[in-house]
Write a protein that binds this ligand. Structure first.
Ligand code: AR6
Length: 169
């Protein structure tokens, strides 16, 4: 059984086996959660991301996929980087956002992670509407078989927290 918990706060302050990063396909950093994770985690994370680009992901990590690195100075063993889809009002594929959660859990299982902290993927720079993103996140975690014991959604502000709380009620 996987327990879903909600926390309002900064994901870089969390203690967990794995912390998920809402990255971009370059894996070389950016703003939002991505910037915060690289700033708090230190240069070891970027060094491993650069090695992954050179070895496995020359064209970048595709949207909806996930890959792990060290967590550097964060209070975690791994960072799992995943690339959310950019929301477009003209049509966006929710299965790609679901895939981020499913693939991150698959990577977590491969690593043996038991606690995994997720941000609200795609809801910042990538503009996915929060209520819809919260529904997709919670439904996907609930329907994905995994040995992860705790999935913790770490929501940056009260609006995001309330959107996820509504899905759990
Ligand atoms: N802890 C938890 N949540 C956070 C934090 C934090 N420290 N900082 C921001 N959020 P975003 P995306 C929330 O933009 O939409 C980057 O530049 C934020 O309020 O980080 O998937 C990447 O390099 C929002 O609800 O990720 C990509 O280019 C959520 O995290 C692009 O942004 C996601 O916002 C990815 O965009």
């Amino acid at each position: 059984m996987t327990t879903i918990t909600l926390v309002q706060g900064d994901i870089t302050r969390q203690s967990a086996d794995a912390i998920v990063n809402a990255a971009n396909s370059s894996l070389l950093g950016g703003g939002g959660v991505d910037g915060a994770i690289h700033r708090s985690g230190g240069p070891a994370i970027l060094a491993e991301c650069q090695a992954l680009r050179a070895s496995r992901y020359g064209k970048g990590l595709p949207t909806g996929q996930a890959v792990a690195t060290t967590a550097g100075d964060l209070d975690a063993r791994w960072v799992i980087h995943t690339v959310g889809p950019v929301y477009q009002a003209s049509g966006s594929d929710p299965s790609l956002l679901a895939s981020c959660y499913r693939e991150s859990l698959r990577v977590a299982d491969e690593l043996g992670a038991r606690t995994v902290a997720f941000p609200a993927i795609s809801t910042g720079v990538y503009r996915w509407p929060m209520d819809d993103a919260a529904r997709i996140a919670v439904e996907t975690v609930r329907s994905t078989p995994t040995a992860v014991e705790e999935v913790r959604f770490v929501l940056f502000d009260e609006r995001a927290y309330e959107a996820f709380a509504a899905q759990l009620r």
